[in-house]
Design a protein around this ligand. Structure first.
Ligand SMILES: [Zn+2]
Length: 472
């Protein structure tokens, strides 16, 4: 934790706003500084490339990255040599050949992040460090060059913000877990404002009926045009607004939301309450993958930012529609390359072709959860059978969660819409039995689902696992 981060919680609100302004100046220089506009223009141009053009661009970048990593990153030098890989192999690799390289587990990066840092770069303090929170609560350090930080912002500006018709330079709001109102018992405002960035920060921890007026006040006071941050928090806030009959006094232009799985009913709720369309964005602090929703509603991956593979249980490429582990190769970070990085999420390629014309950017069907979404078998095995997939396309389900109460006892929790009924209940049970066998299942409709301590949604909860596993 930096000195600033340690001091921040103890400052009064005015001091916190001032501190945010200081962070804001640095942030602006880091992310929107030299090269930014050119990067944005290049990503925009590649939007319209054919599959073939994108492929040859991506392969070229990949080969450069692989050689760089083999020559200058100790972790890859050692592991690839052990696997019998030579420079000549790397120089002619295609995207499909990536499968011949070993997977980089998250634990390896967590254990020794500097082993993955290139030895030829300027001294490490000049690199930027970011921490991932990680599902186990153990943070991982990720290093970037200043250039890479700007590229990562540029791809979001061109695609995530650009496709939604907005820009990072517009006044915006962020609901997240960081820096806002650190004391959870604080009665102070649930938001802080950074005047340099015109950015309103709102806490994901304080969303409740009692605090709703403070949130709404924050929006109305600073009028952010672009809403960003946790999807689930926006949905919770939207539900409260609808329940209380509260609306904003202005209309934001768009919401670009990530960090949680977001269902069509959740998007509809957000759009109704905030008066702005909600676009989904799938990304990672590691800057090795980005998927962005287009106006047609498809989630397009950006291979010119990071190559995505989806692997089935046997490690082979998963067929479209079949869920598998996401393996990411970030093409742009030369400070700490992540090659075949197991990011810990599950997803599936789409079977459909998107009509928006972005043929070089393949379409994800959905993100269907995390590696840690496991159920525990009687013999002790922990299986990830992507049970959350039962909610994909399920009618009448605003939110769903699968809870394992015992080896053969499961509860499907549903926050229902008006379409939900006995027929939908039966369909969910059949879908779940298909994935985990003949178990007892009850369906429970609830107003709200259990969340993580950081305010994110949880798709799968296993009481058996939680009882034996303190790591989460
Ligand atoms: Zn599209």
């Amino acid at each position: 934790m930096s000195l600033a981060q340690r001091i921040y919680p103890h400052l009064p609100v005015a001091g916190q706003n001032l501190a945010l302004a200081a962070f804001g100046l640095r942030y602006r220089r880091q992310r929107l500084g030299p090269g930014f506009d050119q990067y944005v223009a290049a990503f925009r141009e590649r939007d319209r490339w054919s599959e073939e053009m994108m492929r040859s661009h991506t392969v070229q970048r990949l080969r450069e990255l692989l050689l760089w990593s083999f020559q200058t990153v100790p972790y890859y030098t050692v592991r690839w040599q052990e696997a019998g890989i030579e420079e000549g192999d790397l120089a002619k690799m295609d995207v499909e050949d990536l499968a011949g390289l070993p997977i980089t587990p998250k634990e390896d990066v967590r254990r020794d992040p500097t082993a993955l840092v290139s030895t030829t770069l300027p001294r490490r303090p000049r690199l930027q460090r970011h921490l991932t929170s990680g599902s186990t609560g153990t943070p991982t350090t990720i290093y970037f060059t200043p250039q890479n930080v700007r590229q990562a912002m540029a791809v979001r500006e061109a695609r995530s913000f650009g496709w939604a018709g907005v820009s990072v330079r517009m006044p915006r709001s962020t609901i997240g877990a960081r820096l806002v109102a650190p004391q959870t018992d604080s009665n102070g405002p649930v938001y802080r404002y950074n005047p340099i960035e015109h950015q309103l920060y709102l806490s994901a921890h304080h969303i409740s009926r009692e605090n709703l007026p403070s949130y709404v006040e924050g929006f109305n006071r600073y009028r952010p045009q672009v809403l960003t941050g946790f999807a689930y928090s926006h949905y919770l806030l939207a539900r409260l607004m609808l329940a209380e009959g509260v609306r904003l006094q202005y209309q934001p232009q768009a919401a670009v939301l990530g960090s949680d799985k977001i269902t069509p009913p959740m998007k509809a709720t957000i759009a109704e309450a905030f008066g702005a369309r909600a676009f989904e964005e799938y990304g990672a602090v590691e800057n090795c993958v980005l998927a962005t929703e287009c106006t047609e509603g498809s989630l397009h991956v950006s291979p010119d930012f990071g190559i995505l593979e989806i692997l089935d249980a046997d490690g082979a490429p998963a067929a479209p529609g079949q869920p598998g582990r996401l393996i990411c190769t970030g093409l742009l970070n030369r400070a700490q390359p992540l090659i075949r990085y197991a990011i810990g999420d599950l997803g599936a390629w789409s079977k459909r072709h998107c009509s928006c014309g972005r043929d070089g950017l393949p379409v994800l069907e959905s993100i269907v959860g995390r590696d840690t979404d496991v159920v525990v078998m009687r013999d002790g095995r922990r299986l990830n059978t992507a049970v959350a997939l039962i909610f994909t396309g399920a009618r009448g389900v605003a939110e769903g969660q699968v809870v394992q109460d015992g080896y053969e006892d499961f509860t499907i929790r549903v926050v229902p819409t008006t379409e939900f009924g006995v027929e939908q209940e039966e369909k969910l049970k059949i879908a779940l039995r298909k994935r985990i066998g003949d178990v007892r299942i009850r369906v429970q409709t609830v107003e709200e689902l259990e969340k993580t301590t950081s305010g994110k949604s949880r798709l799968v909860i296993s009481r058996l696992r939680d009882n034996n596993d303190h790591n989460g």
